[in-house]
Design a protein around this ligand. Structure first.
Ligand SMILES: N[C@@H](CCC(=O)N[C@@H](CS)C(=O)NCC(=O)O)C(=O)O
Length: 218
């Protein structure tokens, strides 16, 4: 039995999708951010950074959303959510998952928590403005990849798609201008129609979809 320490629409969402996809036996444990539970002594023993998510798999404790996704995908190889060793798409899988977590996720963290990146209050608006531009460039790179590929890693749905779906949801409050990213938007709409992206997880995590109306699809 897996235990996923989560908070709705946080970085726990991609692992949550994957656990659901592979029909794992899992339990969700709420880490209540409203009570700052991610910094409680008990949680810090599991996750030294005090960040959500954490996955407990027997004696194995894994932190970092991308690492958790890899662990789940590799534990259930029959679902082919990660290419096998030797497959040409495997390096691409790592390329895109790393890009998502190191670039898009990291940029979004600065965008949403600008005060953590300066000691000068007067700089906050400028950080937000600059970061919006960085996020836009990153989304454009993803949009280009999706121009000729149905999924981020070419032909097949992988853990990367769940990760991107999660991060795309975080972009909604930003100026996520759909016409700038027609391929990304078309892809999100296609994913949203898949049963696995629907209830109960999508609703519970308040994933975006509203933005992805068919009229804006490419
Ligand atoms: N690199 C980590 C980052 C996780 C992260 O930033 N989690 C946020 C929620 S999305 C969090 O726990 N924030 C609470 C805090 O910073 O105190 C991962 O991907 O797992």
């Amino acid at each position: 039995m897996f235990k996923l320490y989560y908070y709705p629409n946080n970085a726990s969402l991609a692992p949550h999708f994957l656990l659901h996809h592979v029909k794992a036996d899992y339990e969700l444990v709420l880490v209540d951010r409203k009570l700052n539970a991610q910094k409680s002594k008990a949680y810090l023993r599991l996750n030294h950074s005090g960040k959500i998510p954490t996955l407990v798999d027997g004696e194995q404790v894994t932190c970092e959303s991308a690492a958790i996704c890899i662990h789940i995908a590799e534990t259930f190889p029959e679902y082919e959510l990660i290419p096998k060793i030797g497959e040409a798409t495997r390096p691409l899988f790592f390329q895109w998952l790393t890009f998502l977590t190191n670039t898009l996720q990291a940029q979004l963290m600065v965008r949403f928590y600008p005060h953590r990146n300066t000691t000068d209050e007067t700089m906050i608006a400028s950080i937000v403005e600059a970061q919006d531009k960085q996020v836009a460039k990153t989304l454009l790179a993803i949009d280009r990849q999706l121009e000729n590929n149905p999924y981020l890693v070419c032909e097949k749905l992988t853990a990367c798609d769940y990760f991107l779906f999660m991060l795309a949801g975080w972009c909604i409050p930003l100026e996520f201008e759909p016409s700038k990213y027609p391929h990304l938007l078309g892809y999100l709409i296609r994913l949203s129609k898949k049963p696995l992206f629907k209830q109960p997880i999508r609703k519970k995590a308040s994933i975006f979809l509203d933005l992805c109306t068919p009229s804006t699809a490419s």
